[in-house]
Design a protein around this ligand. Structure first.
Ligand code: ADP
Length: 417
Protein backbone atom coordinates (compact mmCIF):
# COMPACT_ATOMS: atom_id res chain seq x y z
CA UNK A 1 0.00 0.00 0.00
CA UNK A 2 1.52 3.29 -1.13
CA UNK A 3 0.97 6.18 1.29
CA UNK A 4 1.89 9.83 0.77
CA UNK A 5 1.89 12.11 3.82
CA UNK A 6 1.71 15.90 3.50
CA UNK A 7 2.64 18.36 6.21
CA UNK A 8 1.71 21.82 4.91
CA UNK A 9 3.00 25.06 6.41
CA UNK A 10 2.25 28.62 5.33
CA UNK A 11 5.51 28.92 3.36
CA UNK A 12 6.76 25.35 3.41
CA UNK A 13 5.67 21.89 2.38
CA UNK A 14 7.06 18.67 3.80
CA UNK A 15 6.09 15.30 2.34
CA UNK A 16 6.98 11.65 2.93
CA UNK A 17 6.24 8.51 0.97
CA UNK A 18 5.90 5.05 2.54
CA UNK A 19 5.02 1.63 1.23
CA UNK A 20 3.51 -0.88 3.68
CA UNK A 21 1.76 -4.23 3.41
CA UNK A 22 -2.00 -3.67 3.14
CA UNK A 23 -2.86 -6.88 5.01
CA UNK A 24 -0.55 -6.55 8.06
CA UNK A 25 -0.80 -3.75 10.62
CA UNK A 26 2.33 -1.60 10.47
CA UNK A 27 4.45 -1.75 13.64
CA UNK A 28 7.91 -0.13 13.87
CA UNK A 29 8.41 3.04 11.78
CA UNK A 30 10.44 2.36 8.62
CA UNK A 31 12.51 5.09 6.96
CA UNK A 32 10.36 6.81 4.32
CA UNK A 33 11.17 5.65 0.77
CA UNK A 34 11.13 9.30 -0.32
CA UNK A 35 11.21 12.46 1.79
CA UNK A 36 10.91 15.99 0.42
CA UNK A 37 10.80 19.52 1.69
CA UNK A 38 10.30 22.83 -0.08
CA UNK A 39 10.43 26.30 1.49
CA UNK A 40 9.72 29.56 -0.24
CA UNK A 41 9.62 33.32 0.17
CA UNK A 42 7.91 35.29 -2.60
CA UNK A 43 8.49 33.47 -5.90
CA UNK A 44 11.81 31.84 -4.88
CA UNK A 45 12.04 28.41 -3.32
CA UNK A 46 14.62 25.91 -2.18
CA UNK A 47 13.80 22.25 -2.49
CA UNK A 48 15.53 19.26 -0.96
CA UNK A 49 14.49 15.65 -1.56
CA UNK A 50 16.13 12.37 -0.55
CA UNK A 51 15.35 8.69 -0.88
CA UNK A 52 16.08 5.84 1.52
CA UNK A 53 18.70 4.60 -0.96
CA UNK A 54 20.65 7.83 -0.49
CA UNK A 55 19.79 9.68 -3.74
CA UNK A 56 19.49 13.42 -3.18
CA UNK A 57 18.03 16.24 -5.30
CA UNK A 58 18.50 19.87 -4.26
CA UNK A 59 17.24 22.81 -6.30
CA UNK A 60 16.63 26.52 -6.12
CA UNK A 61 13.42 27.40 -7.98
CA UNK A 62 11.52 30.39 -9.29
CA UNK A 63 7.82 29.60 -9.55
CA UNK A 64 4.64 31.59 -9.23
CA UNK A 65 2.37 30.01 -6.63
CA UNK A 66 2.12 27.58 -3.73
CA UNK A 67 0.40 25.16 -6.10
CA UNK A 68 3.40 25.27 -8.48
CA UNK A 69 5.89 24.73 -5.64
CA UNK A 70 4.03 21.75 -4.19
CA UNK A 71 3.36 20.15 -7.59
CA UNK A 72 7.04 20.51 -8.47
CA UNK A 73 8.00 18.77 -5.23
CA UNK A 74 5.51 15.92 -5.73
CA UNK A 75 6.58 15.35 -9.35
CA UNK A 76 10.04 14.34 -8.12
CA UNK A 77 8.26 11.21 -6.82
CA UNK A 78 7.82 9.86 -10.37
CA UNK A 79 10.36 11.78 -12.47
CA UNK A 80 14.10 12.36 -12.07
CA UNK A 81 16.94 11.22 -9.81
CA UNK A 82 14.92 10.71 -6.59
CA UNK A 83 12.05 8.91 -8.31
CA UNK A 84 10.35 6.39 -6.00
CA UNK A 85 7.23 5.52 -8.05
CA UNK A 86 6.36 4.58 -11.64
CA UNK A 87 3.47 7.02 -11.62
CA UNK A 88 1.81 9.33 -9.08
CA UNK A 89 -1.44 7.51 -9.86
CA UNK A 90 -0.02 4.44 -8.01
CA UNK A 91 -0.52 6.25 -4.69
CA UNK A 92 -3.32 4.56 -2.70
CA UNK A 93 -3.99 7.16 -0.03
CA UNK A 94 -2.79 10.61 1.02
CA UNK A 95 -2.63 11.66 4.69
CA UNK A 96 -2.64 15.31 5.80
CA UNK A 97 -1.46 16.74 9.09
CA UNK A 98 -4.16 19.24 10.03
CA UNK A 99 -2.98 21.55 12.78
CA UNK A 100 -6.41 22.36 14.22
CA UNK A 101 -9.57 20.30 14.42
CA UNK A 102 -11.37 22.82 16.65
CA UNK A 103 -14.11 21.28 18.76
CA UNK A 104 -15.26 19.08 15.83
CA UNK A 105 -12.54 16.53 15.33
CA UNK A 106 -10.93 14.02 17.62
CA UNK A 107 -10.20 10.98 15.47
CA UNK A 108 -8.61 10.93 12.00
CA UNK A 109 -11.22 11.06 9.22
CA UNK A 110 -11.54 10.41 5.50
CA UNK A 111 -11.71 13.81 3.79
CA UNK A 112 -15.17 14.50 2.32
CA UNK A 113 -16.66 17.83 1.19
CA UNK A 114 -18.36 18.06 4.64
CA UNK A 115 -15.04 17.46 6.41
CA UNK A 116 -13.39 20.21 4.34
CA UNK A 117 -16.17 22.65 5.27
CA UNK A 118 -15.84 21.74 8.95
CA UNK A 119 -12.06 22.28 8.80
CA UNK A 120 -12.59 25.61 7.00
CA UNK A 121 -15.08 26.66 9.70
CA UNK A 122 -12.32 26.68 12.35
CA UNK A 123 -9.83 28.50 10.13
CA UNK A 124 -9.86 31.63 12.31
CA UNK A 125 -8.13 29.54 15.01
CA UNK A 126 -5.05 28.94 12.78
CA UNK A 127 -5.65 30.86 9.52
CA UNK A 128 -2.31 30.36 7.76
CA UNK A 129 -1.99 26.68 8.55
CA UNK A 130 -5.56 25.72 7.73
CA UNK A 131 -5.50 27.59 4.42
CA UNK A 132 -2.30 25.72 3.49
CA UNK A 133 -3.74 22.35 4.53
CA UNK A 134 -6.95 22.82 2.53
CA UNK A 135 -4.86 23.90 -0.46
CA UNK A 136 -2.79 20.73 -0.02
CA UNK A 137 -6.00 18.69 -0.38
CA UNK A 138 -6.97 20.60 -3.54
CA UNK A 139 -3.52 20.04 -5.04
CA UNK A 140 -3.95 16.30 -4.47
CA UNK A 141 -7.43 16.48 -6.12
CA UNK A 142 -5.84 18.07 -9.16
CA UNK A 143 -2.82 15.77 -9.35
CA UNK A 144 -4.31 12.42 -8.35
CA UNK A 145 -8.06 12.72 -8.85
CA UNK A 146 -10.33 10.76 -6.52
CA UNK A 147 -7.69 9.11 -4.29
CA UNK A 148 -8.78 8.71 -0.62
CA UNK A 149 -7.44 11.49 1.58
CA UNK A 150 -7.21 11.33 5.36
CA UNK A 151 -7.03 14.25 7.81
CA UNK A 152 -5.19 13.68 11.10
CA UNK A 153 -5.54 16.45 13.68
CA UNK A 154 -2.77 17.76 15.90
CA UNK A 155 -5.38 18.79 18.47
CA UNK A 156 -7.27 15.45 18.22
CA UNK A 157 -5.74 13.43 21.01
CA UNK A 158 -6.33 16.25 23.53
CA UNK A 159 -10.09 16.42 22.84
CA UNK A 160 -10.86 14.02 25.69
CA UNK A 161 -9.05 16.08 28.33
CA UNK A 162 -11.30 16.61 31.36
CA UNK A 163 -13.44 19.72 31.10
CA UNK A 164 -11.45 21.43 33.88
CA UNK A 165 -8.24 21.00 31.82
CA UNK A 166 -9.94 22.32 28.67
CA UNK A 167 -11.57 25.37 30.23
CA UNK A 168 -9.87 28.71 30.97
CA UNK A 169 -10.94 30.38 34.17
CA UNK A 170 -12.16 33.42 32.22
CA UNK A 171 -15.85 34.19 31.71
CA UNK A 172 -17.95 31.03 31.38
CA UNK A 173 -19.09 31.88 27.84
CA UNK A 174 -15.52 31.81 26.45
CA UNK A 175 -15.79 28.03 26.17
CA UNK A 176 -18.98 28.18 24.07
CA UNK A 177 -17.29 30.78 21.85
CA UNK A 178 -14.44 28.34 21.17
CA UNK A 179 -11.94 30.03 23.49
CA UNK A 180 -10.72 26.89 25.21
CA UNK A 181 -7.59 24.80 25.70
CA UNK A 182 -7.12 22.65 22.58
CA UNK A 183 -3.48 21.55 22.93
CA UNK A 184 -1.14 20.69 20.04
CA UNK A 185 1.58 18.18 19.06
CA UNK A 186 -1.10 15.55 19.73
CA UNK A 187 -0.06 13.31 16.83
CA UNK A 188 3.46 12.92 18.19
CA UNK A 189 2.47 12.81 21.88
CA UNK A 190 0.08 9.94 21.13
CA UNK A 191 2.66 8.16 18.98
CA UNK A 192 5.29 8.54 21.76
CA UNK A 193 2.89 7.19 24.39
CA UNK A 194 2.24 4.09 22.28
CA UNK A 195 5.95 3.66 21.54
CA UNK A 196 6.81 4.16 25.23
CA UNK A 197 4.35 1.42 26.19
CA UNK A 198 5.98 -0.84 23.58
CA UNK A 199 9.49 -0.08 24.87
CA UNK A 200 8.61 -0.46 28.55
CA UNK A 201 6.59 -3.59 27.83
CA UNK A 202 9.82 -5.16 26.66
CA UNK A 203 11.55 -4.26 29.89
CA UNK A 204 9.36 -5.54 32.69
CA UNK A 205 12.28 -5.60 35.14
CA UNK A 206 11.39 -2.24 36.65
CA UNK A 207 7.71 -1.73 35.78
CA UNK A 208 5.23 -4.45 36.43
CA UNK A 209 2.23 -2.51 35.14
CA UNK A 210 0.26 -3.20 32.02
CA UNK A 211 1.61 -0.82 29.33
CA UNK A 212 -1.92 0.59 28.85
CA UNK A 213 -2.16 1.81 32.44
CA UNK A 214 1.16 3.66 32.37
CA UNK A 215 1.28 7.27 33.54
CA UNK A 216 3.36 8.97 30.88
CA UNK A 217 4.65 12.54 30.69
CA UNK A 218 5.70 13.29 27.12
CA UNK A 219 7.99 16.29 26.42
CA UNK A 220 7.91 17.36 22.74
CA UNK A 221 10.81 19.81 22.52
CA UNK A 222 11.45 21.13 19.01
CA UNK A 223 11.11 24.70 17.75
CA UNK A 224 7.69 24.55 19.40
CA UNK A 225 7.60 22.82 22.79
CA UNK A 226 4.85 21.17 24.81
CA UNK A 227 4.42 18.62 27.58
CA UNK A 228 1.44 16.26 27.78
CA UNK A 229 0.16 14.00 30.56
CA UNK A 230 -1.03 10.70 29.12
CA UNK A 231 -3.01 8.01 30.88
CA UNK A 232 -4.44 4.89 29.24
CA UNK A 233 -3.00 6.16 25.96
CA UNK A 234 -5.01 9.42 26.09
CA UNK A 235 -3.93 12.96 26.88
CA UNK A 236 -5.46 14.27 30.11
CA UNK A 237 -3.60 17.60 30.21
CA UNK A 238 -1.10 19.53 28.14
CA UNK A 239 0.80 22.81 28.30
CA UNK A 240 -0.27 24.36 24.97
CA UNK A 241 -3.77 25.78 24.96
CA UNK A 242 -5.94 27.93 22.71
CA UNK A 243 -2.86 28.50 20.55
CA UNK A 244 0.62 26.93 20.45
CA UNK A 245 1.87 29.96 22.39
CA UNK A 246 0.87 28.78 25.86
CA UNK A 247 3.12 26.84 28.20
CA UNK A 248 6.86 26.24 27.93
CA UNK A 249 9.52 28.71 26.78
CA UNK A 250 10.32 27.78 23.14
CA UNK A 251 12.77 28.70 20.38
CA UNK A 252 11.21 32.07 19.55
CA UNK A 253 7.91 31.86 21.48
CA UNK A 254 7.53 33.16 25.01
CA UNK A 255 5.20 30.46 26.30
CA UNK A 256 3.00 31.56 29.19
CA UNK A 257 3.52 35.10 30.45
CA UNK A 258 1.34 37.20 32.75
CA UNK A 259 -1.50 38.47 30.51
CA UNK A 260 -1.17 41.73 32.48
CA UNK A 261 2.08 42.34 30.54
CA UNK A 262 0.08 42.49 27.30
CA UNK A 263 -2.37 45.00 28.79
CA UNK A 264 0.62 47.04 30.01
CA UNK A 265 2.32 46.93 26.58
CA UNK A 266 -0.90 47.95 24.84
CA UNK A 267 -1.49 50.81 27.25
CA UNK A 268 2.04 52.11 27.92
CA UNK A 269 3.93 50.97 24.80
CA UNK A 270 0.98 51.55 22.44
CA UNK A 271 1.59 48.14 20.84
CA UNK A 272 -1.13 46.82 18.51
CA UNK A 273 -2.11 43.17 18.12
CA UNK A 274 0.29 42.62 15.23
CA UNK A 275 3.28 43.89 17.20
CA UNK A 276 2.31 41.80 20.22
CA UNK A 277 1.98 38.76 17.97
CA UNK A 278 5.44 39.47 16.55
CA UNK A 279 7.05 39.87 20.00
CA UNK A 280 5.46 36.81 21.60
CA UNK A 281 5.76 34.44 18.65
CA UNK A 282 9.01 35.53 16.98
CA UNK A 283 11.17 37.60 19.35
CA UNK A 284 10.89 35.74 22.65
CA UNK A 285 11.94 32.39 24.12
CA UNK A 286 15.56 31.23 23.68
CA UNK A 287 16.14 33.90 21.02
CA UNK A 288 14.56 36.75 22.95
CA UNK A 289 16.45 36.07 26.18
CA UNK A 290 19.85 35.08 24.74
CA UNK A 291 19.96 37.54 21.84
CA UNK A 292 22.01 34.76 20.19
CA UNK A 293 19.69 32.26 18.49
CA UNK A 294 16.51 30.20 18.78
CA UNK A 295 18.53 27.03 18.17
CA UNK A 296 19.49 25.09 21.29
CA UNK A 297 22.81 24.09 19.66
CA UNK A 298 23.82 27.77 19.41
CA UNK A 299 22.66 28.41 22.98
CA UNK A 300 24.80 25.55 24.28
CA UNK A 301 27.82 26.73 22.26
CA UNK A 302 27.40 30.31 23.55
CA UNK A 303 27.09 29.03 27.12
CA UNK A 304 30.45 27.27 26.74
CA UNK A 305 31.92 30.61 25.70
CA UNK A 306 30.55 32.21 28.86
CA UNK A 307 27.69 34.22 27.31
CA UNK A 308 25.57 34.97 30.39
CA UNK A 309 22.31 35.60 28.53
CA UNK A 310 22.61 32.24 26.75
CA UNK A 311 22.96 30.54 30.15
CA UNK A 312 19.91 32.47 31.41
CA UNK A 313 17.88 31.37 28.37
CA UNK A 314 18.87 27.73 28.99
CA UNK A 315 18.03 27.99 32.70
CA UNK A 316 14.59 29.50 31.98
CA UNK A 317 13.89 26.76 29.40
CA UNK A 318 14.81 24.01 31.88
CA UNK A 319 13.07 25.65 34.87
CA UNK A 320 9.78 25.92 33.00
CA UNK A 321 10.10 22.41 31.63
CA UNK A 322 10.71 20.95 35.12
CA UNK A 323 7.71 22.85 36.48
CA UNK A 324 5.55 21.51 33.66
CA UNK A 325 6.71 17.92 34.23
CA UNK A 326 5.89 18.28 37.94
CA UNK A 327 2.46 19.72 37.08
CA UNK A 328 1.69 16.89 34.65
CA UNK A 329 2.82 14.26 37.20
CA UNK A 330 0.39 15.88 39.67
CA UNK A 331 -2.41 15.74 37.07
CA UNK A 332 -1.66 12.02 36.61
CA UNK A 333 -1.27 11.30 40.32
CA UNK A 334 2.18 9.80 39.66
CA UNK A 335 4.67 9.14 36.92
CA UNK A 336 5.88 5.88 35.37
CA UNK A 337 7.59 7.12 32.21
CA UNK A 338 9.10 10.44 31.14
CA UNK A 339 9.61 10.80 27.37
CA UNK A 340 11.93 13.26 25.60
CA UNK A 341 11.17 13.71 21.88
CA UNK A 342 11.70 16.11 18.91
CA UNK A 343 14.86 18.07 17.97
CA UNK A 344 15.95 19.33 21.39
CA UNK A 345 14.48 16.40 23.33
CA UNK A 346 16.22 13.79 21.16
CA UNK A 347 19.57 15.53 20.82
CA UNK A 348 20.44 17.59 23.87
CA UNK A 349 21.99 15.48 26.63
CA UNK A 350 22.76 18.72 28.54
CA UNK A 351 19.08 19.73 28.58
CA UNK A 352 17.93 16.24 29.64
CA UNK A 353 20.53 16.10 32.44
CA UNK A 354 19.65 19.57 33.75
CA UNK A 355 15.92 18.79 33.64
CA UNK A 356 16.17 15.46 35.45
CA UNK A 357 18.63 16.78 38.05
CA UNK A 358 15.81 18.11 40.26
CA UNK A 359 13.28 15.37 39.52
CA UNK A 360 14.62 12.47 41.57
CA UNK A 361 11.72 13.04 44.00
CA UNK A 362 9.44 11.83 41.15
CA UNK A 363 11.39 8.57 40.92
CA UNK A 364 13.43 9.68 37.90
CA UNK A 365 17.13 8.78 38.07
CA UNK A 366 19.07 9.46 34.90
CA UNK A 367 22.03 7.27 33.94
CA UNK A 368 24.63 9.87 32.86
CA UNK A 369 26.46 7.47 30.51
CA UNK A 370 23.26 6.33 28.75
CA UNK A 371 22.12 9.97 28.51
CA UNK A 372 25.27 10.88 26.59
CA UNK A 373 24.85 7.98 24.17
CA UNK A 374 22.87 9.15 21.14
CA UNK A 375 20.64 6.10 20.61
CA UNK A 376 17.00 6.79 19.79
CA UNK A 377 14.05 4.92 21.24
CA UNK A 378 16.03 3.88 24.29
CA UNK A 379 15.79 4.00 28.07
CA UNK A 380 18.29 6.34 29.74
CA UNK A 381 17.24 5.80 33.37
CA UNK A 382 19.42 3.82 35.79
CA UNK A 383 18.44 0.16 36.23
CA UNK A 384 17.01 0.84 39.71
CA UNK A 385 15.20 4.08 38.80
CA UNK A 386 11.57 3.65 39.95
CA UNK A 387 10.34 5.46 36.78
CA UNK A 388 11.78 5.12 33.24
CA UNK A 389 13.20 7.96 31.12
CA UNK A 390 12.92 7.36 27.37
CA UNK A 391 14.28 9.20 24.33
CA UNK A 392 11.89 8.59 21.41
CA UNK A 393 12.31 9.84 17.87
CA UNK A 394 9.40 12.08 16.77
CA UNK A 395 7.52 10.25 14.01
CA UNK A 396 4.54 12.44 13.09
CA UNK A 397 4.59 11.44 9.43
CA UNK A 398 4.71 7.75 10.22
CA UNK A 399 1.89 8.18 12.78
CA UNK A 400 -0.21 9.81 10.01
CA UNK A 401 0.68 7.01 7.57
CA UNK A 402 -0.46 4.48 10.19
CA UNK A 403 -3.83 6.27 10.51
CA UNK A 404 -4.18 6.15 6.71
CA UNK A 405 -3.57 2.41 6.85
CA UNK A 406 -6.18 1.97 9.61
CA UNK A 407 -8.85 3.89 7.69
CA UNK A 408 -8.28 2.53 4.19
CA UNK A 409 -6.31 -0.75 4.16
CA UNK A 410 -9.39 -2.96 4.55
CA UNK A 411 -10.99 -1.45 1.44
CA UNK A 412 -7.82 -2.22 -0.55
CA UNK A 413 -7.66 -5.86 0.57
CA UNK A 414 -11.41 -6.60 0.42
CA UNK A 415 -12.34 -9.25 -2.18
CA UNK A 416 -14.68 -6.77 -3.94
CA UNK A 417 -11.71 -4.63 -4.99
P1 ADP B 1 10.15 21.43 14.57
O1 ADP B 1 9.48 21.82 15.85
O2 ADP B 1 10.27 22.56 13.60
O3 ADP B 1 9.64 20.13 13.97
P2 ADP B 1 12.50 19.91 15.35
O4 ADP B 1 11.77 18.91 16.18
O5 ADP B 1 13.20 19.43 14.14
O6 ADP B 1 11.65 21.18 14.99
O7 ADP B 1 13.57 20.62 16.32
C1 ADP B 1 14.40 21.64 15.84
C2 ADP B 1 15.27 22.12 16.97
O8 ADP B 1 16.00 21.03 17.53
C3 ADP B 1 16.36 23.08 16.51
O9 ADP B 1 15.91 24.41 16.48
C4 ADP B 1 17.41 22.92 17.59
O10 ADP B 1 17.15 23.84 18.63
C5 ADP B 1 17.17 21.53 18.14
N1 ADP B 1 18.29 20.62 17.87
C6 ADP B 1 18.55 19.91 16.76
N2 ADP B 1 19.71 19.21 16.92
C7 ADP B 1 20.18 19.51 18.15
C8 ADP B 1 21.32 19.11 18.92
N3 ADP B 1 22.23 18.27 18.43
N4 ADP B 1 21.45 19.62 20.15
C9 ADP B 1 20.55 20.48 20.67
N5 ADP B 1 19.46 20.89 20.01
C10 ADP B 1 19.27 20.40 18.77
Amino acid sequence: MKILVLNSGSSSQKACFYEVAADTPPTRPPAPLWEGRIEWTGDKASMSVKTCQGSVQKEGLKLSSRKDFVQHLLHTLDVGPVRALTSLSDIDVVGHRVVHGGAHFEEPVIVTPEVRSAIASVSTLAPLHIRAELEGMEIIDNLLGPVPQVAVFDTGSHRQMPLYAQTYPGPYDWFAKGIRRYGFHGINHEYCAARAAQLVGKEPRSLKKEPRSLKIVSCHLGNGCSVAAIQDGRSIDTTMGFTPLEGLAMGTRSGSVDPGILIYLMREGKLGHEQIDQVLNHESGLLGISGVSSDMRDILAAMKQGVARAKLAFDIFVHRLRNAIGGMAAALGGLDVLVFTAGVGENSAEMRAATCEQLEFLGLTLDPALNERPILDCDIATKDSPARILVIRAEEDWAIATECWKLTASSLTSPDQ
